[in-house]
Design a protein around this ligand. Structure first.
Ligand code: HPA
Length: 284
């Protein structure tokens, strides 16, 4: 996005092209346009280890990328192949609760687009609101509630983008069907549900969780929404999976802590990795 006074945004198209160029030149002759870009959520970073022929580029080496500050977020772009198909993996994301703007939270998706990626796969850790959800469950995101109070498209319109992008099919139905087929193929149970994105960094109060339940949310987290909005503004297709790392506040009696998020992520890592690998293998 450009700023209203015409100065190019540090998280806009031109910046994304510079970042993409740095990534392509770090990969060199082995570069191939990705069939999918993947962001790994808290505790789900192990997928990056499954990438073959991996070239790992720390965020600090890419223009426009700040370092990440959250435990469980590595902070590197990993380029290589998954199931023999070229992918770009973002191991670590930029959260609004770290003080980053929404445009920066969506910046990796702009970079993915500049790298030729047209499918974006987001994963995240989330609290389960639906009362039947248990820690370790996986949920394909069917839709979201943007309750972050921010939107990455605020500001001047980037070239080629619309002022008012449609969000009625934010999560691509065909990709979600492919996700379910992949889940069946690797025998991993996969729910469908609505993700509520909140600013954080506090976990919710029980009253807030009851409100979210009434609003139609099945899971709650602190990421993903800005990325998906940028992807849709760029005409990219989106698939996303939440790992339910805990029952949301007040659903179970336990207190919440980030350690639990990481522990559950580690416990479901192999199921999650099998699901994503199969999804990428069969992606059409
Ligand atoms: N709330 C918000 N974000 C989260 C949660 C939660 O309960 N668990 C993991 N990320």
């Amino acid at each position: 996005m450009s700023t209203p006074d015409g100065i190019p945004s540090p998280a806009g198209t031109a910046a994304a092209q510079r970042a993409a160029e740095a990534i392509r030149s770090a990969v060199g002759a082995r570069w191939a346009a990705p069939v999918c870009g993947i962001t790994l959520g808290s505790g789900l970073g192990g997928l990056a280890e499954r990438i073959a022929g991996a070239v790992r580029i720390p965020y600090g080496d890419i223009p426009g990328f700040p370092g990440t500050t959250v435990a469980g977020h590595a902070g590197a772009v990993v380029v290589g192949t998954l199931a023999d198909r070229p992918v770009v993996c973002f191991a670590g994301r930029f959260h609004l609760y770290e003080g980053h703007g929404a445009a920066l939270a969506g910046f990796p998706v702009r970079v993915l687009h500049a790298l030729g990626g047209r499918v974006y796969f987001a994963s995240n850790a989330a609290g389960g609101i639906r009362r039947t959800f248990r820690p370790g469950d996986l949920m394909a995101i069917a839709d979201h509630l943007n309750l972050m109070g921010r939107n990455p498209l605020v500001g001047a319109v980037e070239p080629g983008e619309e002022r008012f992008p449609d969000m009625s099919v934010a999560y691509d139905a065909a990709l979600r069907a492919q996700l379910h087929a992949a889940a069946q193929g690797v025998a991993v149970p996969l729910h469908d549900g609505v993700y509520a994105g909140l600013l954080g960094p506090t976990f919710e109060t029980p009253a807030e969780v009851r409100m979210l339940e009434r609003l139609g949310a099945d899971a709650v987290g602190m990421s993903t929404v800005p990325e998906v909005i940028v992807a849709r503004a760029l005409g990219m297709r989106v698939a996303a999976v939440s790992c339910i790392t805990n029952q949301a506040a007040g659903i179970a009696s336990a207190l919440l802590h980030h350690g639990e998020v990481m522990e559950t992520g580690a416990r479901v890592a192999s199921a999650f990795e099998a699901l994503v690998t199969r999804f990428v293998r069969d992606l059409v």
